[in-house]
Design a protein around this ligand. Structure first.
Ligand code: BT5
Length: 250
């Protein structure tokens, strides 16, 4: 499949024209004991987001799931979501699209006048199984609206095609994405700085919905393995590890 897809990438590529969900397929490969496989699809018919949400997968997108077995504790897994967001953002910027990262798992193209909001170009769904103190498998699912018309996507979404006015070379894009992700995973200390460089969320006033209630304040930093550091109005610094994040108007 790798040669068919014409990629010289640091992962074995399993390509599908159409599939239900690349994360589901990667899970099957995990159960078979495989590692370092990128499942790549052109269309997804049953894509998943976080929290039982769906992911639209019209033909022309890049839907990929990376199956990894890093020798790290389960608590480190969020850093792979950050690495994937950086890899997508770099590849999009190389393709001339002004992409930025919204914590924790979105890549956006910001609206012109308000730095606040943006249109979603990519979403990331990381799933993991731990065994004792190390990761058994980790699946980083990445959905990129590539050569897709914006009207095939939900409200609030954009695509590389819509932003550039012309299609990208999806194979080249995927190759750059996988190379950058591979560089980052081999140099984990570089991930947070790379993330900060491309973040839309830092410096924003945010509301993060967490299981323990809403946290509102200024997003001031990101901390290993992927927490957002929010300074609340009473000057307290809170680390938020998971939740939906909204950029508020100043
Ligand atoms: C995400 O969830 O953003 C994670 C999406 C991960 C998709 C990839 S594709 C490859 C792999 N295989 C899978 O089955 N999944 C992964 P979340 O933050 O929960 O956002 C989901 C929400 O984004 C939905 O409820 C919609 O509002 C919106 N949405 C759905 N499809 C979209 C699209 N194509 N572009 C932009 N926004 C979309």
């Amino acid at each position: 499949a790798a040669i068919e897809y014409g990629l010289d990438a640091p992962f074995e590529i399993e390509f599908h024209d159409s599939i239900g969900s690349t994360n589901e397929r990667a899970r099957e490969l995990a159960d078979e004991g495989r590692a370092d496989v990128a499942v790549v699809a052109d269309e997804q018919t049953a894509g998943r987001g976080r929290l039982d949400r769906g992911w639209s997968g019209p033909s022309g997108g890049i839907y990929t799931s990376l199956l990894l077995r890093p020798d790290v504790p389960p608590a480190h897994s969020p850093v792979y979501t950050l690495a994937a967001a950086v890899a997508v953002t770099r590849a999009a910027r190389e393709a001339g699209v002004d992409a930025r990262i919204k914590w924790p798992n979105d890549v956006l193209v910001l609206d012109d006048e308000a730095e606040r909001g943006g249109q979603k170009l990519c979403g990331i769904l990381t799933e993991m199984e731990g065994e004792a103190d190390r990761v058994a498998w980790l699946i980083v699912g990445i959905g990129i609206n590539a050569n897709v018309d914006a009207d095939a996507l939900p409200d609030g979404a954009t695509s590389l095609l819509a932003e550039r006015g012309e299609p990208i070379d999806r194979r080249l894009f995927t190759q750059r994405l996988l190379e950058t992700f591979d560089d980052l995973r081999n140099d984990p200390d570089s991930i947070l700085d790379a993330w900060r460089e491309h973040a839309a969320t830092l410096g924003q006033r945010v509301r993060v919905e967490t299981p323990g209630g809403d946290v509102v304040g200024e997003a001031v930093d990101v901390a290993f393995p992927g927490a957002l550091v929010v300074e609340t109005d009473d000057g307290e610094r809170k680390r938020v590890t998971a939740g939906d994040c909204e950029h508020l108007r100043p």
